[in-house]
Design a protein around this ligand. Structure first.
Ligand code: PEP
Ligand code: MN
Length: 264
């Protein structure tokens, strides 16, 4: 298999327009769950830039459970992401939910995100594989490691080797947390694959007060990076407010993560 350690013993470093993922440094992708407005996104971008992220995240195409929930600003949201990049120098990572949007999203984003709900959308994986853009491949809602690795195989097999895994929690019997964050995934994926893996403790827990401790744990366990939801005013967020950090808590997380990284 192309993504396996047997095929490629050395770790792969994915280079996203100069930002390296998997080279031993810690990469942080932060920003709101959804791009809600120009003002909200530019404010969020400045907050995460100031605290020290490399990537701005934010969904323009949102895969929502309910059709009545906010669905995202789509192309308008992509334009705000591009504006925020120009303003801050942050790289942009944003989700592509269907094959028709790949070309448009590729024009604005530096990295394409495959969401948990699309991890086994094989047609989308193949098309993304043909696009050549770096890909952030989130773990499916109830995906085994084997299924997740095979999803990456679909992308790499089409000629795109720039895939980064993202552990974002899985569905278990527990209901207190939104998902059960599986930090064991870091060790397993690093043993079985040469591709980098980052951790998203925001979707992994669904609770803002757990995000810092799980970020620290992920870094200690060897994650190549973190994806963190940050909102200028979480209580007014149109999606995922309960798991989003406010500016103060995000800065506090980054300070603690930096301190921890000194020991690694
Ligand atoms: C997201 O990161 O915006 C998202 C929708 O996450 P997931 O696909 O992991 O649920
Ligand atoms: Mn979200």
């Amino acid at each position: 298999k192309l993504v396996s350690r047997e095929f490629h013993p050395d770790p792969t470093v994915v280079d996203v327009d100069g930002v390296k993922i998997g080279d031993g440094s810690l990469v942080v992708m932060a920003g709101p769950c959804a791009v809600e407005s120009r003002e909200q996104l530019l404010e969020a971008a400045q907050i995460v830039r100031a605290a020290g992220a490399q990537f701005l995240r934010g969904g323009a195409y949102k895969p929502r459970t309910s059709p009545y929930a906010f669905q995202g600003l789509e192309q308008e949201g992509l334009e705000y992401l591009a504006e925020a990049r120009a303003l801050t120098g942050l790289k942009v990572v944003t989700e592509v939910t269907n094959i028709h949007a790949i070309e448009t999203v590729s024009r604005y984003a530096d990295m394409l995100q495959i969401g948990a709900r699309n991890m086994q959308n094989f047609h989308l994986l193949k098309e993304i594989g043909r696009s050549g853009k770096p890909v952030l491949l989130k773990r499916g809602l109830a995906a085994t490691y084997d299924e997740w690795l095979h999803a990456a195989e679909y992308i790499v097999n089409e000629g795109n080797p720039n895939v980064v895994f993202c552990e974002r929690g899985i569905r278990t019997f527990e209901t207190y947390t939104r998902n059960t964050l599986d930090l064991g995934a870091i060790g397993v994926i690093k043993r079985l694959s040469h591709l980098p893996i980052i951790v998203d403790p925001s979707h992994g827990t669904g609770k803002w007060h757990m995000v810092k401790s799980m970020s620290m744990a992920a870094v200690a366990a060897g994650a190549d990076g973190l994806m963190i939801e940050v909102h200028p005013d979480p209580e007014r967020a149109l999606s995922d407010g309960p798991q989003s950090l406010n500016p103060f808590n995000y800065a506090s997380l980054m300070a603690d993560v930096r301190e921890l990284a000194v020991f690694l």
